[in-house]
Design a protein around this ligand. Structure first.
Ligand code: ADP
Ligand code: TRP
Length: 323
């Protein structure tokens, strides 16, 4: 077990899908065996794009439910909601006072969001300062993020350096990004990258007829049933690979090439694999759903643990800045 602290934040901005699962969640679950992990639901960040209170509440709950079902262990990992730790806003202000505007104006994510029609408000501009506070508050060493968040990590490091230069070396712990190379970009129903923005997702926890219908709607070419097919250009096969053993993949590959395997059949096999893969997690989820109050209790207990670390950092910070 490494003594390094790993921190991950996830925005509750949509229903978690297979891209999220194979892209980040699975790796995060493995990390809890190796490191001391902090994992939080970034609900303040989600406010920048989700101004609907009931939806925000519901999605925060659902992310917690899904992560716990996927194996997040709240005994090992400090699991909490960002907004349950008020210290993070105090640190955001302190960091705001040393953050040059130019640093924020240069952020691609801010520019992209505004270019796509989002209102250029202060929350959107200050998003990376809040993210820096998330990271620095808990003395995080490693922050696993996708490539899209790399620049935000650079802002965090820049602010930590400015703070330590001005107020005293070693006050804030310098974090490192651990860039998650998307091992395989998980394709969506239409073959583009699976993403909630493209409306082509398969949720981690769907089941029954509606779920089957989704799998049946995966786009394929129109090669007739009896003809040989190319597994490597097929969405169904790309998704199948995520669930199947090497042997099963090879077997399916040969059946594609031999001809006589219809896409409908391949989709059914994929669907069966999907249901099987998440079976235990689904059972766990159904159990958790019977006692939703338990999830809130776990989050509150996590926030207590997080606040212990946060209050130590804030004592150092407040003292150093003269408050
Ligand atoms: P979306 O594209 O649906 O908005 P997010 O950007 O919220 O998804 O994704 C959160 C994390 O999940 C990302 O940092 C990324 O690493 C991972 N992820 C999302 N979609 C995929 C995908 N199709 N393939 C692999 N990883 C993905
Ligand atoms: N901005 C991150 C995202 O959209 C979520 C996030 C907020 C985060 N605070 C963080 C990630 C701190 C890592 C560390 O994916």
């Amino acid at each position: 077990m490494s003594s390094k602290r790993v921190l991950t934040g996830i925005q509750p901005s949509g229903i978690l899908h297979l891209g999220n699962y194979f892209g980040t969640i699975r790796q995060a679950m493995q990390m809890q065996e190796e490191y001391q992990c902090f994992y939080f639901i970034a609900d303040y960040h989600a406010m920048t794009s989700l101004p609907e209170p009931e939806l925000l509440r519901q999605r925060s709950f659902n992310v917690a439910l899904d992560l716990l079902s996927c194996g997040l262990n709240p005994e090992k990992t400090v699991f909490f909601r960002q907004s349950d730790v008020p210290e993070v806003q105090v640190l955001t202000w302190v960091l705001s006072c040393i953050c040059p505007l130019g640093l924020l104006e240069r952020c691609h994510s801010y520019k992209d969001k505004v270019a796509h029609g989002m209102e250029a408000n202060h929350g959107l501009l200050a998003y990376p300062v809040l993210m820096a506070a998330d990271i620095l508050l808990y003395d995080s060493h490693l922050v696993p993020v996708g490539k899209d968040q790399k620049q935000h990590l650079e802002v965090t490091r820049d602010l930590a350096m400015r703070f330590n230069n001005r107020y005293g070396e070693g006050l804030l712990t310098m974090p490192e990004a651990k860039i998650i190379e998307e091992v395989a970009v998980v394709p969506g129903l239409d073959g583009q990258k699976m993403s909630k923005s493209y409306n082509n997702t398969i949720e981690i926890f769907s089941e029954g007829k509606a779920a089957r219908r989704k799998f049946m709607s995966i786009v394929t070419d129109s090669t007739p049933l009896e003809d040989p097919k190319d597994p490597d250009s097929c969405n169904v096969f790309a998704l199948y690979k995520l669930f199947a053993s090497a042997e099963e993949q090879e077997n399916m590959r040969q059946r594609y090439r031999a001809g006589g395997l219809g896409y409908g059949h391949a989709k059914q096999e994929l669907f069966d694999k999907y249901i099987e893969h998440f079976r235990e997690m689904r059972e766990k989820r159904n159990k958790l759903l019977e006692k939703p109050g338990l999830i809130e209790d776990m989050l509150q207990a996590g926030a207590q643990r997080a606040r212990k670390v946060a209050s130590q950092t804030m004592q150092r910070v407040m003292n150093a800045v003269g408050l």
